[in-house]
Design a binder for this molecule. Structure first.
Ligand SMILES: Nc1nc2c([nH]c(=O)n2[C@@H]2O[C@H](COP(=O)(O)OP(=O)(O)OP(=O)(O)O)[C@@H](O)[C@H]2O)c(=O)[nH]1
Ligand SMILES: [Mg+2]
Length: 315
């Protein structure tokens, strides 16, 4: 049997302060009734995703979208159909949203989203909504004071909210000590800190998660940390992306987009191959390798969550 292919446009409407997101409950009489969802619906013939989004949000919530940006595309196999969820982050709209079709509609704080039952296809969307568009990877620094000053600047001036502590040259004790300091600073700025290293590091430092090197990623059989923590990984090709999905990574970096001074011999992916790999990744993907924040909009346009960088944020 050839499965029906359904293309759906859906909206993550995020409050101005980025603290809350609007969700709606599907009426109990329809497919997946009673579950919560991001408002939206199927594309009509000849409609683009964005046109469908505008029409559906008018029909379902009574609002007019003014500014939206692609957030994530999720392919999902339901028993009876293949569904493509084409999700947009809505930044500006006119009107006061309400359930025009009688459905419950609610603004929910980001960290409470996990308490609402969503369709199976929605997990990557929840992750994408909660993540920022910029992922800072820290540079090697010999001195703790220099390290903290640069991290503090990035948090304060660049508004960084997601940090990976990468420090290959530090011995274990020194790494743990630096991680404690970085964590305190990140907390002050409501930023999340992931530790690049062994998953067991979380037993020593109560950071927000672990970032796996691609080598460590490939050696694992299952997710090595609790669901409540974030798990990210470095990937470079389809096999690694598939492994990341298999063990339940929350998001990944995919590199190198461009050649960089740190990895001069690596073959760059370029935007075309990057886009193809991201399309079926099934989780948020940060573009890495020669990226600056000026690449973030383009990265989003080809399906990425945003950009990851050392150099652009480490000053
Ligand atoms: N809108 C929306 N649909 C979702 C989400 N997650 C998810 O699996 N779906 C599925 O995508 C499909 C979208 O259908 P829909 O019922 O919203 O479509 P629609 O508004 O055009 O409704 P209609 O067919 O009654 O006119 C359903 O099979 C639904 O279960 C989500 O977050 N938002
Ligand atoms: Mg709908």
């Amino acid at each position: 049997m050839v499965k029906r292919r359904v293309h759906v446009a859906a909206a993550a409407i995020v409050s101005r302060d980025r603290q809350e997101v609007l969700i709606a409950r599907r009426p109990s009489t329809v497919d997946q009734g009673g579950l919560w969802e991001f408002p939206g619906g199927k594309l009509a013939p000849y409609e683009t995703g964005f046109e469908a989004l505008r029409r559906e949000l008018h029909e379902e919530l009574g609002v007019e979208i003014q500014r939206a940006q692609p957030l994530i595309r999720v392919h999902h196999e339901y028993p009876d159909k293949h569904i493509l969820l084409d999700v947009w982050q809505v930044h500006e709209f006119a009107g006061e949203p309400f359930g025009r079709e009688g459905q419950a509609v609610r603004w929910v704080p980001m960290e409470e989203l996990v308490n609402y039952p969503f369709p199976a296809a929605n997990l990557p969307i929840l992750r994408a909504v909660m993540l920022p568009t910029e992922y800072l990877i820290s540079a090697e620094e010999d001195d703790d004071a220099d390290f903290l000053a640069k991290l503090e600047r990035a948090l304060r001036e660049d508004g960084i909210r997601l940090v990976q502590l990468r420090a290959k040259t530090l011995a274990h004790e020194a790494y743990v000590a630096r991680a404690e300091q970085a964590l305190a600073l990140c907390r002050e700025h409501a930023a999340r800190l992931l530790l690049n290293g062994e998953p067991s590091l979380l037993d020593e430092v109560d950071a927000d998660g672990i970032h796996l090197t691609s080598e460590r990623l490939m050696s694992l059989e299952r997710r090595p940390i609790a669901e409540g923590k974030w798990l990210s990984a470095s990937t470079h090709d389809r096999a690694q992306l598939e492994q990341a999905a298999r063990i339940g990574c929350d998001f990944v970096t995919l590199s190198p987009l461009r050649t960089t001074p740190t990895h001069p011999d690596a073959d760059p992916l370029g935007w075309h191959d990057f886009q193809q790999l991201v399309e079926t990744a099934g989780m948020p993907v940060f573009a890495l390798g020669g990226m600056t924040r000026y690449d973030a909009d383009h990265a989003r346009a080809v399906g990425a969550q945003g950009i990851a960088s050392i150099r652009d944020f480490w000053k």
